[in-house]
Design a protein around this ligand. Structure first.
Ligand SMILES: *Cc1c(COP(=O)(O)O)cnc(C)c1O
Length: 387
Protein backbone atom coordinates (compact mmCIF):
# COMPACT_ATOMS: atom_id res chain seq x y z
CA UNK A 1 0.00 0.00 0.00
CA UNK A 2 2.73 2.44 -0.86
CA UNK A 3 0.83 5.03 -2.91
CA UNK A 4 -1.20 7.92 -1.52
CA UNK A 5 -4.43 7.08 -3.40
CA UNK A 6 -4.33 3.44 -2.29
CA UNK A 7 -3.67 4.36 1.34
CA UNK A 8 -6.52 6.88 1.26
CA UNK A 9 -8.95 4.31 -0.16
CA UNK A 10 -7.84 1.03 1.41
CA UNK A 11 -7.17 2.09 5.02
CA UNK A 12 -10.29 0.84 6.71
CA UNK A 13 -11.41 -0.38 10.12
CA UNK A 14 -11.89 -4.10 10.61
CA UNK A 15 -15.04 -5.42 8.95
CA UNK A 16 -17.92 -6.38 11.25
CA UNK A 17 -19.70 -9.76 11.11
CA UNK A 18 -21.87 -8.35 8.27
CA UNK A 19 -18.86 -8.17 5.94
CA UNK A 20 -19.88 -4.72 4.69
CA UNK A 21 -17.82 -3.31 1.81
CA UNK A 22 -18.05 0.42 2.58
CA UNK A 23 -17.11 1.55 6.09
CA UNK A 24 -20.01 1.46 8.57
CA UNK A 25 -20.97 4.28 10.93
CA UNK A 26 -20.70 3.69 14.69
CA UNK A 27 -23.11 6.20 16.23
CA UNK A 28 -22.59 5.07 19.79
CA UNK A 29 -21.51 7.08 22.81
CA UNK A 30 -20.04 4.13 24.67
CA UNK A 31 -18.96 0.51 24.34
CA UNK A 32 -19.70 -2.49 26.57
CA UNK A 33 -17.37 -4.70 28.60
CA UNK A 34 -17.47 -8.47 29.08
CA UNK A 35 -16.94 -8.35 32.84
CA UNK A 36 -15.37 -6.36 35.66
CA UNK A 37 -11.86 -7.47 34.75
CA UNK A 38 -12.32 -6.45 31.08
CA UNK A 39 -13.52 -3.06 32.24
CA UNK A 40 -10.62 -2.60 34.69
CA UNK A 41 -8.01 -3.62 32.12
CA UNK A 42 -9.57 -1.34 29.47
CA UNK A 43 -9.51 1.70 31.75
CA UNK A 44 -5.95 0.85 32.77
CA UNK A 45 -5.10 0.93 29.03
CA UNK A 46 -3.74 -2.59 29.25
CA UNK A 47 -5.75 -3.30 26.10
CA UNK A 48 -6.43 -1.09 23.15
CA UNK A 49 -10.17 -0.87 22.75
CA UNK A 50 -12.98 1.66 22.53
CA UNK A 51 -14.47 2.78 25.87
CA UNK A 52 -16.31 6.03 25.25
CA UNK A 53 -16.52 8.15 22.08
CA UNK A 54 -14.95 11.19 23.75
CA UNK A 55 -11.76 9.05 23.95
CA UNK A 56 -11.93 7.01 20.75
CA UNK A 57 -14.52 5.63 18.35
CA UNK A 58 -13.99 3.26 15.38
CA UNK A 59 -14.88 6.01 12.89
CA UNK A 60 -12.59 8.65 14.38
CA UNK A 61 -9.81 6.05 14.74
CA UNK A 62 -10.14 5.11 11.07
CA UNK A 63 -9.84 8.78 10.07
CA UNK A 64 -6.83 9.24 12.36
CA UNK A 65 -5.08 6.09 11.08
CA UNK A 66 -5.59 7.21 7.50
CA UNK A 67 -4.33 10.74 8.13
CA UNK A 68 -1.26 9.35 9.95
CA UNK A 69 -0.38 7.24 6.91
CA UNK A 70 -0.94 10.13 4.51
CA UNK A 71 1.11 12.60 6.58
CA UNK A 72 3.80 10.09 7.58
CA UNK A 73 2.92 10.53 11.27
CA UNK A 74 3.11 8.13 14.23
CA UNK A 75 -0.17 9.05 15.92
CA UNK A 76 -3.03 11.55 15.96
CA UNK A 77 -6.26 12.77 17.51
CA UNK A 78 -9.37 14.06 15.70
CA UNK A 79 -11.23 17.17 16.88
CA UNK A 80 -14.66 18.73 16.34
CA UNK A 81 -13.14 21.64 14.38
CA UNK A 82 -9.81 22.88 13.10
CA UNK A 83 -9.73 25.50 15.86
CA UNK A 84 -10.28 22.83 18.52
CA UNK A 85 -7.20 21.10 17.10
CA UNK A 86 -5.16 24.32 17.16
CA UNK A 87 -6.24 25.30 20.67
CA UNK A 88 -5.89 21.83 22.20
CA UNK A 89 -2.43 21.37 20.70
CA UNK A 90 -1.14 24.56 22.35
CA UNK A 91 -3.08 24.05 25.59
CA UNK A 92 -1.81 20.49 26.01
CA UNK A 93 1.86 21.23 25.35
CA UNK A 94 2.43 24.68 26.87
CA UNK A 95 2.50 26.03 30.41
CA UNK A 96 2.43 29.51 31.91
CA UNK A 97 5.55 31.44 30.89
CA UNK A 98 6.13 29.57 27.63
CA UNK A 99 6.53 31.48 24.37
CA UNK A 100 5.37 30.81 20.80
CA UNK A 101 7.18 32.04 17.70
CA UNK A 102 4.72 32.21 14.80
CA UNK A 103 4.61 33.46 11.24
CA UNK A 104 2.61 36.70 11.18
CA UNK A 105 0.08 35.64 8.60
CA UNK A 106 -2.10 33.10 10.39
CA UNK A 107 -5.77 32.13 10.27
CA UNK A 108 -7.96 34.81 11.95
CA UNK A 109 -9.08 32.71 14.92
CA UNK A 110 -5.52 31.46 15.48
CA UNK A 111 -4.49 35.13 15.67
CA UNK A 112 -7.31 35.63 18.22
CA UNK A 113 -6.04 32.69 20.26
CA UNK A 114 -2.47 34.07 20.26
CA UNK A 115 -3.40 37.66 21.11
CA UNK A 116 -6.54 37.41 23.26
CA UNK A 117 -6.72 34.04 25.02
CA UNK A 118 -3.30 32.41 25.48
CA UNK A 119 -1.93 35.63 27.12
CA UNK A 120 -4.54 35.12 29.90
CA UNK A 121 -2.49 32.06 30.88
CA UNK A 122 0.78 33.96 30.42
CA UNK A 123 1.61 32.28 27.12
CA UNK A 124 2.78 34.92 24.68
CA UNK A 125 3.45 34.93 20.96
CA UNK A 126 5.89 36.84 18.78
CA UNK A 127 5.21 37.12 15.05
CA UNK A 128 7.82 37.11 12.30
CA UNK A 129 7.22 38.08 8.68
CA UNK A 130 7.71 35.66 5.80
CA UNK A 131 10.55 37.99 4.73
CA UNK A 132 12.26 37.77 8.16
CA UNK A 133 13.03 34.06 8.16
CA UNK A 134 16.77 34.69 7.82
CA UNK A 135 16.74 36.81 11.04
CA UNK A 136 14.73 34.27 13.00
CA UNK A 137 17.37 33.92 15.74
CA UNK A 138 16.57 37.50 16.81
CA UNK A 139 13.03 36.36 17.71
CA UNK A 140 13.89 33.30 19.80
CA UNK A 141 13.62 33.74 23.60
CA UNK A 142 14.85 31.37 26.33
CA UNK A 143 11.12 30.59 26.92
CA UNK A 144 10.34 29.80 23.27
CA UNK A 145 8.82 26.32 23.02
CA UNK A 146 6.94 26.20 19.72
CA UNK A 147 7.71 27.40 16.21
CA UNK A 148 4.39 27.65 14.38
CA UNK A 149 3.66 28.28 10.71
CA UNK A 150 1.01 28.01 8.06
CA UNK A 151 2.17 27.58 4.46
CA UNK A 152 0.75 28.65 2.08
CA UNK A 153 -0.64 31.39 4.31
CA UNK A 154 -4.17 32.72 4.26
CA UNK A 155 -5.06 34.97 2.45
CA UNK A 156 -1.76 36.43 1.23
CA UNK A 157 -0.42 33.11 -0.14
CA UNK A 158 3.04 33.51 1.37
CA UNK A 159 5.28 30.46 1.33
CA UNK A 160 7.50 29.54 4.29
CA UNK A 161 10.52 27.29 3.80
CA UNK A 162 9.70 24.08 5.70
CA UNK A 163 13.14 22.55 5.23
CA UNK A 164 14.89 25.62 6.64
CA UNK A 165 12.43 25.97 9.53
CA UNK A 166 12.56 22.25 10.34
CA UNK A 167 16.34 22.44 10.67
CA UNK A 168 16.13 25.69 12.63
CA UNK A 169 13.68 24.14 15.11
CA UNK A 170 15.83 21.02 15.50
CA UNK A 171 18.99 23.03 16.20
CA UNK A 172 17.26 25.24 18.79
CA UNK A 173 15.26 22.46 20.43
CA UNK A 174 11.88 23.95 19.48
CA UNK A 175 8.73 22.02 18.65
CA UNK A 176 7.88 22.69 15.01
CA UNK A 177 4.11 22.76 14.39
CA UNK A 178 2.63 23.30 10.92
CA UNK A 179 -0.97 24.07 9.94
CA UNK A 180 -1.09 22.16 6.62
CA UNK A 181 -4.68 23.07 5.79
CA UNK A 182 -4.13 24.80 2.43
CA UNK A 183 -1.82 22.15 0.97
CA UNK A 184 -3.29 18.88 2.33
CA UNK A 185 -0.94 15.88 2.71
CA UNK A 186 -1.41 15.23 -1.01
CA UNK A 187 0.60 18.34 -1.93
CA UNK A 188 2.90 18.75 1.08
CA UNK A 189 4.11 16.60 3.98
CA UNK A 190 5.65 18.84 6.66
CA UNK A 191 6.86 15.88 8.75
CA UNK A 192 9.27 15.00 5.91
CA UNK A 193 10.87 18.42 6.55
CA UNK A 194 11.13 18.05 10.32
CA UNK A 195 7.71 19.09 11.66
CA UNK A 196 6.87 17.43 14.99
CA UNK A 197 3.13 18.02 14.61
CA UNK A 198 0.81 18.78 11.71
CA UNK A 199 -2.62 20.37 12.19
CA UNK A 200 -5.55 20.39 9.78
CA UNK A 201 -8.90 22.01 9.55
CA UNK A 202 -10.60 18.98 7.96
CA UNK A 203 -13.51 21.32 7.22
CA UNK A 204 -11.69 22.55 4.13
CA UNK A 205 -10.19 20.33 1.41
CA UNK A 206 -10.38 17.11 3.43
CA UNK A 207 -14.17 17.27 3.47
CA UNK A 208 -13.94 19.17 0.22
CA UNK A 209 -17.67 19.43 -0.23
CA UNK A 210 -18.64 22.03 2.37
CA UNK A 211 -20.61 19.68 4.63
CA UNK A 212 -18.97 19.05 8.00
CA UNK A 213 -16.54 20.65 10.43
CA UNK A 214 -13.56 18.73 11.71
CA UNK A 215 -9.94 19.04 12.79
CA UNK A 216 -6.98 16.78 13.40
CA UNK A 217 -3.49 16.89 14.86
CA UNK A 218 -0.98 14.21 13.85
CA UNK A 219 2.70 13.73 14.63
CA UNK A 220 5.16 12.43 17.18
CA UNK A 221 3.68 9.80 19.48
CA UNK A 222 4.66 11.26 22.89
CA UNK A 223 3.30 14.68 21.95
CA UNK A 224 0.04 13.21 20.65
CA UNK A 225 -0.27 11.32 23.93
CA UNK A 226 -0.28 14.64 25.83
CA UNK A 227 -2.79 16.10 23.38
CA UNK A 228 -4.98 13.00 23.64
CA UNK A 229 -5.05 13.15 27.45
CA UNK A 230 -5.91 16.85 27.33
CA UNK A 231 -8.72 16.23 24.83
CA UNK A 232 -9.98 13.16 26.68
CA UNK A 233 -10.47 15.32 29.77
CA UNK A 234 -11.72 18.52 28.14
CA UNK A 235 -14.01 17.17 25.41
CA UNK A 236 -13.31 18.64 21.93
CA UNK A 237 -13.82 15.22 20.27
CA UNK A 238 -14.95 14.82 16.66
CA UNK A 239 -18.41 13.34 16.11
CA UNK A 240 -18.32 9.77 14.67
CA UNK A 241 -20.70 10.91 11.93
CA UNK A 242 -18.34 13.67 10.82
CA UNK A 243 -15.40 11.25 11.03
CA UNK A 244 -17.29 8.85 8.75
CA UNK A 245 -17.92 11.64 6.21
CA UNK A 246 -14.29 12.81 6.36
CA UNK A 247 -12.78 9.34 6.03
CA UNK A 248 -14.92 8.73 2.94
CA UNK A 249 -13.89 12.14 1.57
CA UNK A 250 -10.20 11.26 1.88
CA UNK A 251 -10.77 8.46 -0.66
CA UNK A 252 -11.17 11.13 -3.37
CA UNK A 253 -8.70 13.72 -2.02
CA UNK A 254 -6.02 13.00 -4.64
CA UNK A 255 -8.30 13.30 -7.69
CA UNK A 256 -10.08 16.31 -6.25
CA UNK A 257 -6.89 18.18 -5.41
CA UNK A 258 -5.38 17.43 -8.86
CA UNK A 259 -8.45 18.93 -10.52
CA UNK A 260 -8.54 21.88 -8.09
CA UNK A 261 -4.91 22.58 -9.08
CA UNK A 262 -5.64 22.22 -12.84
CA UNK A 263 -8.39 24.84 -12.58
CA UNK A 264 -6.40 27.14 -10.27
CA UNK A 265 -3.33 27.11 -12.57
CA UNK A 266 -5.40 28.03 -15.62
CA UNK A 267 -7.23 30.83 -13.81
CA UNK A 268 -4.08 32.22 -12.15
CA UNK A 269 -2.31 32.38 -15.52
CA UNK A 270 -5.23 34.09 -17.25
CA UNK A 271 -5.84 36.55 -14.41
CA UNK A 272 -2.17 37.57 -14.54
CA UNK A 273 -2.69 38.74 -18.15
CA UNK A 274 -5.87 40.75 -17.43
CA UNK A 275 -5.47 44.52 -17.53
CA UNK A 276 -7.70 45.21 -14.46
CA UNK A 277 -5.44 43.11 -12.26
CA UNK A 278 -2.33 44.49 -10.64
CA UNK A 279 -0.89 41.26 -9.29
CA UNK A 280 -1.76 37.58 -8.93
CA UNK A 281 -0.42 35.44 -6.11
CA UNK A 282 -0.26 31.71 -6.72
CA UNK A 283 2.61 29.55 -5.41
CA UNK A 284 3.57 28.00 -8.75
CA UNK A 285 3.49 31.19 -10.84
CA UNK A 286 7.05 32.27 -11.66
CA UNK A 287 6.08 35.77 -10.50
CA UNK A 288 5.53 34.50 -6.93
CA UNK A 289 8.53 35.62 -4.82
CA UNK A 290 8.84 32.15 -3.24
CA UNK A 291 7.91 29.97 -6.22
CA UNK A 292 11.22 28.10 -5.92
CA UNK A 293 10.54 27.15 -2.29
CA UNK A 294 6.96 26.23 -3.21
CA UNK A 295 8.21 23.87 -5.92
CA UNK A 296 10.67 22.31 -3.48
CA UNK A 297 8.07 21.45 -0.84
CA UNK A 298 4.74 21.24 -2.69
CA UNK A 299 3.70 18.85 -5.44
CA UNK A 300 1.45 21.49 -7.05
CA UNK A 301 0.29 24.99 -6.16
CA UNK A 302 -3.05 24.25 -4.44
CA UNK A 303 -6.48 25.77 -5.07
CA UNK A 304 -6.20 29.23 -3.52
CA UNK A 305 -5.47 32.14 -5.84
CA UNK A 306 -5.21 35.70 -4.56
CA UNK A 307 -5.31 38.70 -6.87
CA UNK A 308 -5.21 42.41 -6.48
CA UNK A 309 -7.64 44.58 -8.37
CA UNK A 310 -6.43 47.95 -9.53
CA UNK A 311 -8.54 50.36 -7.48
CA UNK A 312 -8.94 49.51 -3.83
CA UNK A 313 -11.62 48.79 -1.26
CA UNK A 314 -14.68 49.94 -3.27
CA UNK A 315 -13.51 48.19 -6.43
CA UNK A 316 -13.09 44.99 -4.43
CA UNK A 317 -16.63 45.25 -3.08
CA UNK A 318 -18.04 46.06 -6.53
CA UNK A 319 -16.25 43.06 -8.02
CA UNK A 320 -17.86 40.78 -5.44
CA UNK A 321 -21.30 42.26 -6.16
CA UNK A 322 -20.96 41.41 -9.84
CA UNK A 323 -19.95 37.79 -9.26
CA UNK A 324 -22.84 35.57 -10.37
CA UNK A 325 -21.80 31.89 -10.50
CA UNK A 326 -19.15 31.74 -7.78
CA UNK A 327 -20.23 31.91 -4.14
CA UNK A 328 -19.57 34.63 -1.63
CA UNK A 329 -18.93 32.48 1.41
CA UNK A 330 -16.54 32.08 4.33
CA UNK A 331 -15.48 28.51 3.58
CA UNK A 332 -12.71 27.34 1.27
CA UNK A 333 -11.65 24.08 -0.35
CA UNK A 334 -15.18 23.32 -1.53
CA UNK A 335 -16.24 21.86 -4.91
CA UNK A 336 -17.84 25.28 -5.43
CA UNK A 337 -15.62 28.23 -6.27
CA UNK A 338 -15.70 30.84 -3.50
CA UNK A 339 -14.52 34.43 -3.67
CA UNK A 340 -13.91 36.69 -0.69
CA UNK A 341 -12.70 40.23 -0.15
CA UNK A 342 -10.62 40.04 3.07
CA UNK A 343 -10.22 43.82 3.58
CA UNK A 344 -13.98 44.39 3.96
CA UNK A 345 -14.84 41.09 5.69
CA UNK A 346 -12.56 38.67 7.55
CA UNK A 347 -9.87 41.28 8.20
CA UNK A 348 -12.02 44.43 8.42
CA UNK A 349 -11.32 44.82 12.15
CA UNK A 350 -7.61 45.32 11.52
CA UNK A 351 -6.26 48.77 10.68
CA UNK A 352 -5.09 49.11 7.08
CA UNK A 353 -1.50 49.14 8.40
CA UNK A 354 -2.07 45.85 10.24
CA UNK A 355 -3.66 44.43 7.09
CA UNK A 356 -0.62 45.39 5.03
CA UNK A 357 1.65 43.60 7.53
CA UNK A 358 -0.13 40.34 6.69
CA UNK A 359 -0.15 41.09 2.97
CA UNK A 360 -3.77 42.20 2.60
CA UNK A 361 -4.15 45.19 0.33
CA UNK A 362 -7.55 46.89 -0.10
CA UNK A 363 -8.08 45.43 -3.58
CA UNK A 364 -7.07 41.85 -2.66
CA UNK A 365 -9.54 39.13 -3.63
CA UNK A 366 -9.09 35.55 -2.43
CA UNK A 367 -10.49 32.82 -4.59
CA UNK A 368 -10.88 29.20 -3.52
CA UNK A 369 -11.02 27.54 -6.92
CA UNK A 370 -13.61 24.78 -7.11
CA UNK A 371 -14.35 21.90 -9.44
CA UNK A 372 -16.86 23.51 -11.82
CA UNK A 373 -15.80 23.60 -15.47
CA UNK A 374 -12.94 26.06 -15.63
CA UNK A 375 -14.47 27.98 -18.57
CA UNK A 376 -17.62 28.68 -16.57
CA UNK A 377 -15.59 30.04 -13.65
CA UNK A 378 -13.53 32.14 -16.06
CA UNK A 379 -16.67 33.53 -17.77
CA UNK A 380 -17.99 34.63 -14.37
CA UNK A 381 -14.71 36.29 -13.37
CA UNK A 382 -14.39 38.01 -16.76
CA UNK A 383 -17.86 39.53 -16.69
CA UNK A 384 -17.27 40.80 -13.14
CA UNK A 385 -13.87 42.24 -14.14
CA UNK A 386 -15.06 43.85 -17.35
CA UNK A 387 -18.21 45.46 -15.95
C1 LIG B 1 -10.38 27.19 8.57
C2 LIG B 1 -9.00 27.16 9.11
C3 LIG B 1 -8.77 26.84 10.45
C4 LIG B 1 -9.89 26.59 11.43
O1 LIG B 1 -10.65 25.49 11.10
P1 LIG B 1 -12.20 25.29 11.54
O2 LIG B 1 -12.49 23.90 11.10
O3 LIG B 1 -12.99 26.33 10.81
O4 LIG B 1 -12.26 25.47 13.00
C5 LIG B 1 -7.46 26.80 10.89
N1 LIG B 1 -6.42 27.06 10.06
C6 LIG B 1 -6.62 27.38 8.76
C7 LIG B 1 -5.43 27.67 7.89
C8 LIG B 1 -7.90 27.43 8.24
O5 LIG B 1 -8.08 27.77 6.95
Amino acid sequence: MSHFETQAIRTQMERTAFQEHSNPLFLTSSFVFDDAEDMRASFAEEKERAIYSRFTNPNTSELVDKMCLLEGAEAGYAFATGMAAVFSTFAALLKSGDHILSCRSVFGSTHGLFTRYLPKWNINTTYFGADQVDQLDDFVLPETKILYVETPTNPAIEILDLEFLGQFARERGLLFVVDNCFATPYLQRPIDFGAHLVIHSATKLIDGQGRVLGGITVGQKDLIREIYLFARNTGPALSPFNAWVLSKSLETLAVRVEKHCDNAEILATRLEEHSSIKRVKYPFLDSHPSSEIARKQMKRGGNIVAFELAGGLEVGREFLNKIALCSLSANLGDTRTIVTHPASTTHSKLSSEERLQVGITDGLVRMSVGLEHVEDIWTDLLQALNN
